[in-house]
Write a protein that binds this ligand. Structure first.
Ligand code: ADP
Ligand code: MG
Length: 647
């Protein structure tokens, strides 16, 4: 008896469907991309119950002829690619010719379509990929595809689906991506009969961002643009002040196609180096245009990943685009301390062009990729202090390491800058699998390792509070040194340590008026998916409206001046926490709460509060805030004397 048999086409479709159709959001993405490919000026997406029971995508595109409708549902049927050579130049959005077949094989589909030139349309019904009816009908020009009962015939997959809220918010993110990558198409999104977004389709990215990401976001954007011989980056990025607690509002498009790219993320974040604290992420919408053959978008079936033939050029184009935008935005002067001289400098100078060319000089082995094992075992991870960190490390390791780029370093430390061990940033909000990286401080000095003996038993030495400056820094004199302490950073650290030591059941405060926060779809989904854990920690959070949550109860310590920031940070941590146990996750979240509750720089503090802080800092118990910022700096008498030419 022969054992090997060919798979039935239906079985093959089901398997392919698993790749293409992961969840309702992927159906919406595929259908909308088809509509945009069909030249639609407006596309309407409607879903019910997270898209599990109904998804309907209607467009005013070119429609299909009665002969074509059935072919469209065959596997590997496409009108977009005919020869092998076409593969090199994929200008359209869809090209695998699999989407309709895959979707139809796991649902009940109704298609209505009419070409502009024909007086009559066609209606086709399929169930689990099998045609059940086809007839001519009256229909508007364009195509409507109505997908019902997704995964009705694959119950195993159905079980994998999250709750409706989570699925619809994933659909929301997919729609936002489409709207931002196609501002020329008017996109309307209705969820359970309620309109969530409606972009005007006026071709302006800003309009699309305004309609999907909100007014507040669209107003704080800086325009980004940079054109080189081979590429062009355009779009918007946020002012450093408008950064968020995670990366869910970073959108990248390559030739109009939404992509996920660590390389481009790294380019943007490097451009913000020294302007953003660890754990804060810029918001951006960046479109990179390049020769079609310079990019391979066919790396992954869901087509979100890209491979650039010249990664360095892609990185640089985006880096300089964002850097340029940030430098145009005049920042306040910063304190520059070097070798005992105090200087106030203005905005960082624009890097010279020769520095620029030094940065782009490629090395032969520059882009050799790193195996997953090497990456995990840390061989490809952050280097020992002083060792040159290569470009690829930056991309792989969470972007905190030093990059050999001429990003201007604004603060240089005096020689006697306290040399503390580098902080552990393991609790960071980086949603990607970034290993804990020692924080590269602006100072660039080599962090002292833990086994270096402490200079002296510092707790016992006397100190004197000189005063508080700018409502932010405490000035303390001790021995031959003056210490400047960042009050907020130090307090954050204290609360963080306290919480870690206590591990107690948090008590909660019920809010008389619920606090309403607007979040990105991805953050909203993450919070809602984890509502059980959050409840245990003292939160009570409800869905309030489109991408909006209402906080009804919060842990006792929580500061409510920036609830959105807190939730964003928590969402980031939750996404990161998939691999960790619930208890560790809970701790992490409480740390966020504690940090946010720390006294704000700018608020006057009680004397008792201050001396506790000073003790902790001077004793060396508090060195870095939980985000990795140093909490104090030391100016020695010798440095001051040198500045005043006394020494
Ligand atoms: P692909 O998009 O990769 O070609 P699909 O399975 O998504 O594969 O679609 C198959 C074909 O069906 C497309 O190539 C196109 O010719 C046709 N088609 C799909 N959706 C539409 C639409 N909304 N309007 C017009 N034609 C469409
Ligand atoms: Mg397609």
């Amino acid at each position: 008896m022969p054992k090997i048999r060919e798979m039935s086409p239906h079985l093959a479709d089901l398997i392919a469907a698993g790749e293409v159709v992961e969840r309702p959001a992927s159906v919406v993405k595929e259908l909308c991309e088809n509509s945009i490919d069909a030249g639609a000026k407006s596309v309407t997406v409607e879903i019910k119950n997270g898209g599990m029971t109904e998804i309907r995508v209607t467009d005013d595109g070119c429609g299909m002829s009665p002969e074509d409708v059935e072919t469209a549902f065959l596997r590997h049927a496409t009108s977009k690619i005919y020869t092998e050579r076409d593969l090199e130049a994929i200008a359209t959005l869809g090209f695998r010719g699999e989407a309709l077949a895959a979707i139809a094989s796991v649902s009940r589909v109704e298609l209505l379509t009419r070409e502009p030139a024909s007086s009559e349309g066609t209606r086709l019904l399929l169930e689990a990929g099998v045609k059940t009816d086809k007839a001519p009908v009256g229909a508007p020009v364009g195509t409507t595809i109505y997908v019902r009962d997704l995964f009705f015939n694959t119950p195993a997959r159905q079980k994998f689906m999250k709750n409706d809220r989570a699925e619809s918010s994933a659909v929301g993110v997919a729609v936002v991506r489409l709207a931002l990558s196609h501002p020329e198409v008017s996109i309307r999104y209705l969820r359970d009969g309620r309109e969530e977004y409606h972009t005007p389709g006026d071709g302006r990215l800003q309009s699309a961002a305004y309609c999907t990401l909100g007014r507040e976001f669209a107003m704080g954007l800086l325009e980004v643009s940079n054109k080189t011989d081979s590429m062009e980056a355009t779009g918007y990025t946020s002012t450093p002040g408008a950064a968020r607690g995670n990366r869910s509002w970073q959108f990248f498009f390559v030739n109009g196609r939404a992509v996920k790219s660590k390389l481009l993320q790294a380019a943007v974040e490097q451009a913000y180096k020294n302007s953003l604290f660890t754990g804060r992420f810029p918001v951006c919408v960046i479109n990179l245009k390049m020769n079609l053959s310079a990019v391979d978008v066919n790396v992954h079936p869901t087509k979100m990943e890209v491979r650039f033939s010249d990664e360095r050029a892609a990185f640089d184009t985006v880096y300089w685009a964002v850097r340029g935008a940030l430098e145009r935005e005049d920042g306040p002067g910063e304190l520059k301390i070097s070798q005992g001289t105090l200087k106030v400098t203005g905005t960082a100078p624009r890097p010279e062009s020769d520095q620029k060319s030094a940065a782009v000089k490629p090395r032969g082995d520059f882009f050799k990729s790193v195996s997953a094992e090497d990456y995990r075992s840390g061989k490809a991870g952050p280097k020992a202090p002083g060792e040159r960190v290569e470009f690829r490390d930056v991309v792989k390791s969470g972007y905190q390491t030093k990059l050999d780029l001429p990003a201007p370093s604004k603060v240089r430390a005096p020689e006697a800058y306290p040399r503390y061990p580098a902080p552990k940033l393991g609790s960071g909000t980086d949603e990607d699998e970034a290993p804990a990286v020692s924080g590269t401080r602006a100072t660039g000095e080599t962090p002292r390792t833990d086994d270096t003996p402490a200079r002296e038993p510092e707790e016992e030495r006397e100190w004197r509070l000189v005063g508080e400056a700018l409502n932010t820094y405490i000035i303390v004199e001790r021995g031959d040194s003056i210490f400047l302490i960042d009050k907020h950073a130090a307090h954050e650290r204290m609360l963080f340590d306290k919480l870690k030591a206590q591990k107690r059941e948090p008590s909660a405060q019920i809010l008389l008026t619920p606090v309403v926060c607007a979040l990105s779809g991805e953050d909203e989904r993450t919070i809602l998916e984890n509502s059980e854990l959050l409840e245990k920690l003292g939160f009570e959070i409800d869905e309030f409206g489109p991408n909006t949550l209402a906080l009804r109860q919060v842990p006792m310590d929580m500061d409510l001046s920036d609830p959105r920031g807190t939730l964003e940070e928590i969402a980031g941590k939750l996404r990161l926490g998939g691999k960790r146990d619930v208890e560790a996750m809970g701790d992490d979240i409480l740390h966020t709460v504690a940090c946010k509750a720390a006294i704000k720089a700018g608020r006057r503090s009680e004397p008792g509060e201050l001396s506790e802080l000073i003790e902790k800092v001077l004793s060396g118990a508090v060195r870095y805030c939980p985000h990795g910022r140093p909490v104090s700096m030391e100016l020695t008498k010798y440095q001051l004397d040198r500045s005043f030419k006394r020494a």
